[in-house]
Design a protein around this ligand. Structure first.
Ligand code: GDP
Ligand code: MG
Length: 450
């Protein structure tokens, strides 16, 4: 997942907190220093991390738990609230009111502007809005091709002039067309640094385009270096919000996000992969609950909407969490989940799953294997599907023959089924977790029973 290392170490701190017998100043002291260490390892500025740790410690020692929470839950809640404050605040979506709403993307070379332009176009198109993409990067020779290919992929109109040197000429030519759209997304040229040339160019484009939003695209791998870059662009380019890209491939993302939050600018979106769908609204509350292993059903359901219907997704989540499934259910669940993206990403969004230690092989089971599983399951009798425990070596040999798959495939399927079932049982027993999830937003879909 995004910020995997930070998340793993925060989850470990949470686990230790749950295991601790007594919530006393020593335990709180250990917790706070663990959290601080985790943040610094994620390239968070030391001063900022120390300040955060101190405010958690102060609150945890001073505040009394309310009647509905145990001391432990109260402490977790403080960690959660302080981290949310630290990594942003409330999410405010970009208002699409003006017709058209013009969004300009700015940033340095390689920060992910063009990729993000494509992702953003898809994001708005999914909402049923009319979107177009405009290329004003006349600096990089391949920029025209790159964005026009992305536009074709998303299936939105593309505007650009190959070999034109002046971005204003491009904007002038196509401006009359813009009024046909709800959202006009304009990509721009970068440089290696925010030098005078780039500042001037952005200024000219801004003056002509009059964008409603100027979003700075920053690469997450610059860590706390994001602070300087963000400040520089803010003072010269009237940045209205930020997008942090490449959070999937860096251990420094915590530094980038906290640095941006420290400037007071709002992070609107995050890029979490090279693919056009690897893009999320940045909602600090959801983000932090995922980091802590508390799940993020809202984002999960959003993702699910593209793949399966909302009520189906809710039913699915409910079944997965209940854990009373047979082999066919398991197959169906894995199949629907796969439509939403890699299982490892999805699991982190289901409450409780993030904290559970899920076998890596299970998460990595992808398309090919699933196809074989289907054949294997189809070759089983109803009794075997309902009660996989009766499957002995004789039956395995028969199933393998019937499905045309090696016996090892059958054995592997049964092994993974057993692992999954065992894991679900552990989760079902985790009463502590269930209580906690109630605290975290209470936004769980009805009927989920936690
Ligand atoms: P630009 O120069 O600012 O327009 O940057 P590009 O959009 O061309 O991106 C530069 C490189 O970063 C490309 O190879 C992209 O595939 C990659 N990239 C962009 N966003 C992401 C992201 O969120 N995750 C990952 N892993 N790669 C990304
Ligand atoms: Mg570009």
């Amino acid at each position: 997942m995004v910020l995997e290392n930070l998340s793993d170490s925060l989850k470990e701190s949470m686990r230790r907190l749950f295991k601790g017998v007594l919530i006393d100043p020593k335990l709180i002291g250990d917790l706070v220093s663990d959290i601080k260490k985790s943040l610094i390892a994620s390239d968070v500025n030391i001063e900022l991390a120390t300040k955060l740790a101190e405010s958690i410690r102060k609150r945890a020692l001073a505040e009394k738990a309310s009647k509905t929470l145990t001391a432990r839950e109260h402490t977790v809640n403080i960690v959660y609230e302080e981290l949310v404050k630290f990594l942003g605040s409330e999410f405010e979506p970009i208002k699409i009111e003006a017709q058209p709403t013009k969004i300009l993307l700015v940033g340095l070379f390689g920060s992910g502007k063009t990729t993000t332009a494509g992702k953003l176009a898809k994001y708005y198109k999914k909402q049923g809005l009319k979107v177009c993409l405009v290329q004003t990067d006349t600096w990089r020779p391949a920029a025209y091709e790159q964005l026009s290919q992305l536009a074709a992929k998303v299936n939105v109109p593309f505007y650009g002039i190959r070999d034109e040197k002046d971005p204003i000429k491009i904007l002038k030519k196509f401006e009359p067309d813009f009024s046909r759209f709800n959202v006009v997304i304009v990509d721009s040229a970068g440089r290696d640094a925010l030098n005078r040339e780039l500042t001037e160019e952005i200024k000219r484009v801004r003056e002509f385009l009059k964008p409603h939003e100027s979003l700075l695209v920053l690469s997450g791998d610059i860590g706390q270096g994001a602070l300087k870059q963000a400040q520089a662009f803010q003072s010269t380019a009237n940045v209205t919000g930020m997008i942090i890209s490449k959070l999937d491939g860096t251990a420094k993302g915590g530094g980038a996000i906290s640095a941006c939050a420290a400037t007071g600018a709002k992070v609107k979106f995050i890029g979490v992969g090279e693919h056009i769908d690897d893009f999320e609204e940045y909602k600090p509350k959801n983000f932090v609950s995922r980091l802590l292993g508390m799940g993020d059903l809202e984002t999960l359901l959003q993702k699910a909407q593209g793949a399966i219907k909302k009520d189906e997704a809710e039913k699915l989540a409910k079944k997965v969490l209940k854990g009373d499934m047979n082999l066919e259910d398991l197959y169906k669940q894995l199949e629907s989940l796969q439509k939403m993206g890699p299982l490892s990403q999805i699991m982190n969004m289901i409450p409780g799953m993030g904290m559970a230690k899920i076998p890596k092989e299970l998460l990595e089971t992808q398309g090919e294997k699933m196809k074989f599983w289907k054949f294997v399951i189809q070759s089983m009798t109803s009794e075997e599907k309902e009660h996989p425990e009766i499957i002995n070596s004789k039956r395995i040999a028969r199933i393998a023959k019937g499905s045309g798959r090696p016996e090892s495939d059958v054995r592997e399927l049964i092994k993974q089924y057993n692992q999954m079932k065992k894991m679900m049982k552990t989760l079902g027993n985790a009463k502590q977790m269930q209580k906690l999830q109630k605290m975290f937003g209470g936004k769980l879909p009805p009927g989920l029973g936690i």
